[in-house]
Design a protein around this ligand. Structure first.
Ligand SMILES: [Zn+2]
Length: 444
């Protein structure tokens, strides 16, 4: 029989990691005799939902097994979640979904909305019942939404891979001891095949988190082979407990949905929209840059926050009338109904001419002229020629900006943000026909 096991929301800011529970289960399920039909899936959900825990990731393990194993497998899953989930955190509401047989198409629409918007627990419960799945929810039960979405997301469109390496329990909470030179070498040796290893603005490694969670490092890339090769190049002076390669929607922009007009932007629904810059951007306290964007239906504020670094310099060069495609999360501004879009990336589609009025040039010597007072004409600064009938001339100032795509540095990316180097590399092959043998994608 086929069994899909979805798990979500087991971590908290104080520790834990849903991928770690998945990694432990890979070992346990192989011991029990299960065969994996896909790499473990790591499905990142809408990063803009207000009640998310940390990375808002759900996992799904897809296995084939003798029917006799069903009880033992499900017991192992429940045991792993109950042993390792951070139940004490208010915002942690673990959920498990078991689905037997093939994953049916109607889950697809639900999955898209969990990744791009907001769904209710009731919708998830209705689908679970309709599809004959089983759910186990803890506390407020919301974790079953993501668990069901992970089951339903077969990653048939663009996808990437991540090798996640985990720390020994005794290392948790201490600084991670990774050799920075080995990370930079790895980045150079696998360039084009891996991404977001090192921050391009300051050269700092990005593969290691800083919190108390069990992840030692994660390497992201285009194929299982690439992240395996890259992961093996990273040197650590602390022992590694295990590693697993996940297939994932990270780096694919899966959370961004195109809207046709600005009035369709909704809070908590990340979107792609086109509009015209309505006024020059201004820098506010904290270094954030804000500008209004409009179309015939609405006006919204767009914000490039301080962590987006030099990306803000692009935004500061906008002029009224520029046509921009914006990508990002939407929130309702404090106190009013106006929407604010937090820029994750943008595309300059059309630059309005920067037209200004200037004093005329002298007809005799070509120098600049100065006004002699309102309605009194102009006088040449150099030769003294006077002319009462001259008027200001229209000049076009060269724009210090070009059309094209602009993306903040990787340190400011969401897990789901597609980095520049992935454009044109979208992996549409869907579920791999052939898996690496498990000892090639997971190691204890
Ligand atoms: Zn002159």
């Amino acid at each position: 029989m086929l069994l899909h096991i979805g798990i979500e929301d087991t971590d908290s800011p104080r520790g834990g990691c849903t991928t770690y529970i998945a990694a432990l289960l890979v070992e346990r399920l192989l011991e029990l005799g299960a065969r994996f039909i896909d790499y473990p899936n790591l499905v990142r959900l809408n990063p803009n939902v207000p009640w998310k825990t940390r990375g808002n990731g759900a996992v799904c393990l897809r296995i084939e097994m003798d029917t006799a194993l069903e009880g033992a497998v499900k017991a192992a899953v429940v045991d792993a979640v109950e042993r390792h989930a951070e139940f004490d955190c208010d915002n942690t509401n673990p959920g498990i979904v078991f689905h037997t047989g093939i994953v049916t198409k109607p889950l697809k629409g639900f999955v898209d909305r969990v990744i791009q918007g907001v769904v209710t627990l009731g919708e998830a419960e209705g689908l679970i019942e309709k599809h004959g799945s089983t759910a186990i929810g803890y506390k407020n039960m919301r974790g079953i939404i993501g668990a069901l979405a992970a089951v339903g997301e077969r990653l048939e469109g663009d996808h990437t891979y991540e090798l996640l390496a985990y720390r020994m329990p005794e290392s948790l909470g201490t600084p991670r001891r990774l050799d920075v030179d080995s990370i930079i070498e790895m980045d150079e040796a696998t360039r084009g095949e891996t991404f977001n290893n090192v921050d391009c603005e300051n050269g700092r490694p990005l593969i290691a988190p800083h919190g108390p969670d069990p992840v030692l490092f994660g390497v992201r890339g285009e194929s299982a082979e690439a992240v395996h090769r890259a992961g093996m190049m990273v040197e650590a002076s602390e022992p590694m407990e295990r590693w697993v390669i996940f297939r994932t929607n990270q780096g694919t922009d899966a959370h961004l949905r195109r809207v046709m007009k600005l009035s369709d932007l909704e809070p908590y629904n990340p979107a792609i929209a086109v509009g015209e810059v309505a006024a020059r951007p201004r820098t506010i306290q904290g270094g954030h840059v804000i500008f209004p964007l409009k179309d015939e239906t609405a006006q919204v504020d767009c914000a490039a926050y301080e962590p987006t670094g030099r990306f803000r310099d692009v935004v500061r060069r906008f002029s009224e009338g520029d046509t921009i495609r914006v990508y990002g999360g939407v929130r309702a501004s404090d106190g009013d109904m106006r929407r604010t879009l937090n820029l994750e990336k943008l595309e300059v589609l059309h630059l309005a001419p920067d037209v200004r009025l200037a004093n005329p040039l002298c007809q005799q010597c070509g120098s600049g002229m100065e006004s002699m007072g309102r309605g009194k004409g102009y006088r040449c600064r150099r030769c003294g020629l006077r002319d009462r009938n001259l008027e200001k001339r229209v000049i076009e100032v060269e724009r210090k900006l070009s059309t094209g795509l602009f993306i903040p540095p990787p340190s400011a990316h969401r897990h789901l943000t597609k980095p520049r180097q992935r454009y044109g590399k979208e992996n549409m092959e869907g579920v791999p026909n052939e898996l690496y043998e498990p000892w090639h994608w997971s190691r204890v």
